[in-house]
Design a protein around this ligand. Structure first.
Ligand code: SF4
Length: 284
């Protein structure tokens, strides 16, 4: 399949230059590769999107999709994966969505190691609602909800996820498409809970292209199997300071997924799909 066939006719309403375009183009290419390499056809994919500018990605991708309500994308993705372990489930969420309203869901999905991939469009602002402070906004951020400047320290989501036993943790930026595609591919193929924090630039309200351009570097000589090393690298930058910003894979470990552990407990439970089929056959 050509990646363009994964697009739709829906008019794209993102602002020109928005970092969401990179995420959309990157995921289309990766979905296309998954089909070409016979890993997963488009009908074996389900995406879940939340509320925010990012959520429109569900309109622009021609695969099975579900719009969750604000902060509730992750439990929907978990439910789909547990009901249909054969599907690859990719969840798109914003920083307000995932790290604000939905943080408890994120923590428990990581703790359970449900085999879903969460891609966070982290523009560090509530942009759809026109510029309020989000959980990852920097100290001093002057949004509409903090006109005098935010005095709260931002959340370091990767640190929270590491403490919650996530088994794949990475960060990319919307300007770095080759790295982003590698992380998307790895996250989707990883067996267990994967989170990719994407520093997605919002050109309209929080244009950090130049700042990220000067600060980011790609992790090298880093052992992602070492949780202490991962913690140290994750703590280098606190989403406010002028420290260099590491990109790439911070942490990866192997552990049975929730579905694998859950499957034996389903033995003896009536086959619901077969029961529905029998019911429909009798009704026709
Ligand atoms: Fe992108 Fe920001 Fe425009 Fe939303 S407001 S579409 S995040 S540039």
């Amino acid at each position: 399949m050509n990646p363009t066939r994964l697009g739709t006719d829906a008019p794209n309403t993102w602002c020109p230059g928005c970092g969401n375009f990179s995420i959309l183009n990157g995921i289309k290419t990766v979905f296309n590769e998954l089909e070409e390499q016979q890993v997963c056809p488009p009908e074996g994919l389900v995406i879940v999107a939340g509320i925010g500018c990012h959520g429109k990605i569900a309109d622009y991708l021609n695969v099975n999709s579900f719009y969750g309500i604000h902060g509730r994308t992750v439990p929907v993705a978990e439910g789909i994966k547990i009901a249909r372990p054969d599907l690859k489930v990719v969840c798109f969420a914003g920083d307000g969505d995932a790290y604000g309203e939905g943080i408890e869901h994120l923590i428990f999905a990581a703790k359970r190691n449900v085999d879903i991939t969460v891609i966070v469009h982290n523009n560090r602002s509530y942009s759809l609602t026109a510029f309020q402070t989000s959980p990852t906004s920097a100290v001093g951020f002057r949004g509409r909800s903090t006109p005098g400047g935010s005095f709260e320290k931002p959340l370091n989501p990767l640190e929270v996820m590491l403490a919650s036993h996530a088994t794949y943790l990475a960060r990319g930026t919307s300007q770095g498409l080759p790295l982003l595609m590698r992380l998307f591919r790895e996250g989707i193929l990883h067996r267990g809970f994967a989170l990719i924090d994407v520093l997605q630039v919002c050109v309209t309200y929080n244009n950090l292209y130049e700042y990220y351009g000067k600060k980011v570097y790609e992790l090298k000589d880093h052992d992602p199997a070492d949780p202490a090393a991962a913690h140290a690298r994750i703590r280098e930058w606190d989403y406010t300071s002028d420290a260099p910003i590491a990109l790439g894979l911070f942490y990866r470990s192997e552990a049975p997924s929730f579905e694998e552990k859950f499957a034996p407990s389903r033995a003896g439970v009536p086959d619901r799909d077969a029961a529905i089929r029998r019911f429909l056959e009798r009704s026709i």
